[in-house]
Design a binder for this molecule. Structure first.
Ligand SMILES: [Zn+2]
Length: 150
């Protein structure tokens, strides 16, 4: 797998984030990619839509993928650095790689993942950073609720 693949996968996560934004939700999207590069599942943050703070982009993609025998060769691609909850999911299930759109607006647990053997690819995509910055600017209370800060 190469940066070309990572960018292509990020486009899927971005499309999910944009779908969430169009629904009035928090624009964070993700996809779980199989070892062969196929999309196993995709999803976006649904805190607002479902009134459920546990539905993050990564958890939505993970659940959408259904049961997998092994996660060792899988990649979680996400528009934003994964929070502790989603970083925990990556380690719990042994997801081998995390591809991140950006970590400018939020620096989650990806250093911890890298320290624990997960391959972390930070693409620092300007489009992802802009989308999140615009959302935070327009919806600061919703954002601080989502990351668990007052
Ligand atoms: Zn999360």
């Amino acid at each position: 797998m190469s940066e070309v693949d990572y960018r292509r996968w990020l486009e899927i996560a971005v499309a999910e984030a944009e779908a969430g934004r169009a629904e009035g939700g928090i624009p964070i999207g993700a996809a779980l990619i199989g070892a062969d590069g196929q999309v196993l599942g995709r999803g976006h943050n649904r805190r607002v839509q479902d009134d459920d703070p546990s539905v993050h982009g990564e958890t939505a993609a993970f659940r959408n993928a259904g049961r997998q025998r092994s996660y060792a060769g899988t990649t979680m691609v996400t528009t934003l650095s994964p929070c502790w909850y989603c970083s925990g999911l990556v380690r719990q299930f042994g997801i081998g790689r995390v591809v991140i759109g950006e970590a400018r607006n939020f620096h989650g647990g990806h250093d911890w993942l890298a320290e624990n053997g997960v391959e972390v690819v930070l693409l620092d995509d300007p489009g992802c950073a802009r989308m999140m910055a615009e959302f935070i600017e327009a919806n600061p209370q919703l954002w601080y609720e989502d990351i668990g800060q007052d």
